[in-house]
Structures are given as C-alpha cells and as structure tokens.
Design a binder for this molecule. Structure first.
Ligand code: FE2
Length: 450
C-alpha cells in the first residue's frame, strides 16, 4: 500500500471514528435532501439501513447522487459548511435530525464499510482530489471486485426498488396523469389529422411538461416510465413515452428550456403519420406482407404531409419525416446519412427505438433495458449520432444503479457501479455480498430488472 493510500486510510478511519463519536461535527450543516444542490460536499459518510455505505465523506454531490439519496429515503445529510461554497441553505435544528442519522450503525458495520472504500482510494491516489466519485469510471470497479466487502445487504428480503415504486402513491398518480394525457393526445392528434386543426404546441405539451417536472429528477421520470410498460398501444401511449423520453434526453444533453419543449413536441408528434395507415396493419402481430410493409414505411412521409402546413417549429415536421433515418444511410424513407438528418429527429430516433424495444406487446414481452443497451453497443454507434447515443445510454444505465436484477443464470444481484467501457455489463453486488464484474464474465448478462 502506498504512503498516500495509507494516509487516506488513516484520515478516513479517524474521520469515521470521530463522526461516530460525534466529535467530527464542526464546519458542517444538516441539510434536507430536497434542498441539496450539485456541488455540495458530503461531510460525513452517508449510510443507509444502518450498514450500507451510500456515499463516503468528501463525496461531491451530483444531480444523480441527490436522486439516489431520495431513492434511499434519506431525508437529510450533513454537508460541509455551505458558507465555504457560497451556497445559502436552511440548516435543520439538531433535535429535528436525530431520526435520520445512522443510529443503527454499529462500530463493526462502520469498520466494515471502511473496507469497501479501497476502490475510492485508488481514485483519490490517482487524482489527489478531495472529492471521491464512485459513480464514475469502470477502472475503479476492478479493484472493488477483488475484495469482497463485508457490508451485508439483505437484498432478497426487502421489496425491490420497482416493487416499492409501483406500490407508491406517486406512481399511482403518475399512471393516472399519464393515461389522461394519452387520451388527450389521442383526441388532439385525431383532430389535427381529420380537421387540420391549428396546432398549439404549448397547449399540447403543457400537461406532459407538468407531469415531468413533478417527478423532481430526470431519473424519476425514467423510473416511472419503466413501470408503465403495459400499455399495448403502438401509437398514442408510445408517442407519449417517446415525448417524455425526448424531454429527459434533451435535459441530459443540456438543451435550453425552449429546445427541451421542442424535443418533447417532436416526440409527441413523430408518429402522427401512422393515423393515415390502416389500423389492422399497424396492429398486425405476425409477419407483414411486402405491401403492408410499404404501407407502414410510408408513415414518416404521411406525417410530414400532415404537419407541413402547420405553423410550428421545423424540427417537429422534420422529426416526423426523418425519425427512421439512420446515420449510416440504412434508414428510410430517404436513406439520409448523419450530416443530413435533423438533430431533433436523431434524438427522436433513439427515444423511439428504445421505447419500442422495451415495451410489452401482445405477441412478445419487452426487452430488458440492459439487453437493449447491449444491442445499441453492438450496432448502434454507426446508426445513431455517437455523442447522443453515448449520453443516452450512460444516463439510462445510471437510472438503474441500486436496482435489483436477475442474470440469465437465475442469480440475483444489485447494480452498484457502471462500467463505462461496457455499459450493458455493470458491476453487481450479489446476494451473498460478493461483487461480480459482468464485463469479465462471458455469456452472463442481465435478463431482468426486478
Ligand atoms: Fe415511426
């Protein structure tokens, strides 16, 4: 062990001991999770369920990390004095925070938690940086795999993240709003097609924007959508899914608020041309005849014809026309190559295929998102805009951190760390507490998110 690493071990060890003894509390504040902002630095180890290390002391919060805290139900944490960070926050009085502190953490479990920090120290040693970043990089995962941590996680006894989510009031209300939105989208799109009614984009996307902003984080939207896979509707529910995915995707790409709205509208109206195709062909589960196939493939042009006279953003019209084009020229209807395809249509294309592959249909079960990601990794990079697809896949995988998954050999584990070189093959913590680096296991893959 290097001197630097030894020093870090000592400082982390004493930091934890001081914190445990309640002596390390100076220059820190208790802050409610809901008011945390990216950039704040965690002042003490954040431990869930009395034994599971979520973030170590010194971890710099990101939007994703804050969403993880919410996922764990952690209501507040100690952060380094925000005065130093020039961020004003409301401090929680000490007597109000006692409940949320890791009171169940024994000295043993804290020392065990310490042993799992080795991989973080590898990173700190390399960068000599104060803030650890366990969410980033696959290199760190290799060293974590070598040593099995002693943190025991009772993964099988606890309800999974999705089981908890599906039972929540928030999910029920999301589902209700989603269904209502699909109904009004159906009415809106039919009116546009049948009566050429002028489109008011703000009005059309208003409720959807509201539902999304109610979720609090982009990961929250994805969580909800993942559990809304039972709408067997190839046009309206699909369009609503794609609209929401486009919205979240545009935020991940750091688009302006105006462009986020445009991306949402592009997703919502991309398949409007399908309303001109015989429903029996759209819903036909078996193999299509050549003629039926041609009819289906005419929907982008039909969509453009419908939207062309409307006074709306050109990206919305082009997304309807070009969302089946592929960067390598293998798409339709015009076989355009990357530089010719509208940038919003490229975003819709990714959201569209992701939703189509993960959705349940009467004739097949939806693919596991990790299988979809693997497919993108194998063939996606020349078909889709590389910068877009990378950003999309990285964020999709991140939404599944801490989710329980089943492997194709039936074993169960929890997604812990992302492998940036193989996004479909993250590092898992298995039910016996050992770590499994999927990227190094030939033939093993995630079959199901539980
Ligand atoms: Fe389409």
């Amino acid at each position: 062990m290097s001197h630097v690493k030894q020093r870090l071990h000592f400082s982390l060890f004493f930091g934890i001991i001081l914190t445990y003894l309640g002596l390390g509390g100076y220059c820190m504040k208790h802050v409610k999770t809901e008011v945390l902002v990216p950039g704040m630095v965690v002042a003490t180890d954040v431990i869930a369920n009395g034994k599971q290390l979520v973030f170590p002391k010194g971890y710099k919060l990101t939007e994703r990390a804050i969403a993880r805290l919410e996922g764990y139900g952690i209501r507040d944490i100690r952060i380094e004095d925000p005065v130093d960070l020039n961020i004003e926050v409301e401090e929680i009085p000490e007597d109000e925070v006692a409940d949320s502190m890791p009171t169940a953490a024994s000295m043993d479990s804290l020392l065990s938690a310490l042993s799992s920090l080795d991989f973080l120290q590898e990173e700190r040693t390399a960068e000599e940086a104060p803030a650890a970043t366990p969410d980033d990089g696959s290199d760190s995962s290799a060293s974590a795999a070598k040593e099995s941590p002693k943190i025991s996680v009772t993964q099988q006894e606890e309800p999974s993240h999705f089981e908890k989510l599906k039972a929540s009031k928030e999910f029920q209300s999301f589902k209700q709003s989603f269904s209502k939105n699909v109904d009004s989208l159906r009415a809106n799109l039919n009116e546009i097609v049948e009566k050429n009614t002028p489109i008011n984009v703000d009005h059309m996307i208003g409720d959807t924007m509201m539902i999304i902003s109610n979720q609090g984080s982009t990961f929250g939207v994805f969580d909800m959508l993942h559990n809304m896979r039972d709408f067997d509707d190839l046009t309206f529910a699909h369009s609503m899914n794609v609209a929401m995915i486009c919205n979240v995707f545009a935020r991940w790409l750091r688009f302006s608020e105006e462009d986020v709205k445009t991306a949402t509208a592009c997703g919502m109206m991309h398949d409007i041309g399908k309303l001109k195709i015989d429903d029996a062909i759209i819903k036909k589960p078996g193999k299509l005849t050549a003629e039926e196939f041609r009819a289906i493939q005419s929907h982008p042009v039909e969509g453009y014809r419908i939207l062309q006279p409307q006074n709306i953003d050109m990206h919305i019209k082009l997304s309807a026309l070009e969302h089946h084009e592929k960067c390598d020229g293998s798409g339709y209807p015009m076989k355009l190559t990357g530089d010719k395809i509208d940038s919003f249509a490229k975003i819709v294309a990714i959201a569209d295929i992701y939703d189509a592959m993960t959705a349940n249909r009467v004739y097949r079960e939806g693919m596991c998102p990790f299988r979809v990601i693997e497919t993108f990794e194998e063939e996606g990079f020349h078909k889709y805009e590389v910068a877009y697809i990378m950003k999309f896949l990285e964020n999709v995988v991140n939404t599944y951190i801490d989710n329980r998954v089943m492997l194709n050999d039936g074993r169960i584990g929890t997604v812990r760390w992302i492998n940036k070189q193989r996004l479909s093959k993250p590092m898992l913590e298995m039910t016996d507490g050992t770590f499994l680096e999927l990227g190094k296991e030939r033939g093993l893959r995630i079959d199901k998110i539980l």
